[in-house]
Design a protein around this ligand. Structure first.
Ligand code: I3S
Length: 128
C-alpha cells in the first residue's frame, strides 16, 4: 500500500480536542488544572489553545493566540503511571525544559492516535 505525500497526510500532523494539564513547570511541581484544549501537532511543535473550538474562527478570530506551545525535540512520551492521575488514557509528556504535561481523552482510539503521533514526532526529532 502506498501513501501519497500530501501535506495533510504528514504522519505527525494532527489536531483535535484533548484534556491536558501541566504537572511540572521548570522542574517544579505545579497544581493540576485540567483544561479541554484544541491541540495541534505540527512538525516538532505541539500547540494548545484554551477552551473548545467555537465556530470556524479558531486561529483567525479573537482567540487566535495559542495558549502555549511546546517543542517536542528531546521530549519523552509514555503512558502515565496510575499514581499520576485517576483518569484513564493518560499520556505523560516530559518536555526538555523541565515541563511535564498530562494529556487525556476518554476515547481509546483517539488517545492511541495521539500517543502514536507524539511518539513518532519525538523519535523523528530525537537526533536533531
Ligand atoms: O493529582 P491530584 O492532586 O489528585 O489531582 C486532582 C486535583 O488536581 C483535582 O483538583 P483540586 O486541585 O481541586 O483537588 C482535580 O479535580 C482532579 O481532576 C485531579 O486528579 P486526576 O486524578 O483527575 O488527574
Amino acid at each position: 500500500e502506498s501513501h501519497s505525500a500530501e501535506e495533510s497526510s504528514e504522519p505527525n500532523e494532527k489536531c483535535g480536542v484533548v484534556n491536558m494539564t501541566k504537572i511540572t513547570e521548570n522542574g517544579k511541581r505545579v497544581r493540576k488544572n485540567w483544561t479541554s484544549s484544541w491541540t495541534v501537532l505540527q512538525g516538532s511543535e505541539l500547540l494548545f489553545a484554551k477552551g473548545q473550538a467555537s465556530g470556524s474562527s479558531w486561529f483567525g478570530g479573537g482567540q487566535s493566540k495559542p495558549e502555549f506551545t511546546v517543542d517536542l525535540k528531546g521530549a519523552s512520551v509514555e503512558w502515565a503511571s496510575k499514581d499520576k492521575s485517576s483518569k484513564k488514557n493518560v499520556i505523560e509528556l516530559k518536555i526538555q525544559n523541565g515541563t511535564d504535561l498530562l494529556i487525556q481523552c476518554d476515547n481509546d482510539g483517539t488517545i492511541t492516535e495521539w500517543f502514536n503521533a507524539l511518539e513518532e514526532t519525538v523519535h523523528s526529532h530525537a537526533c536533531e
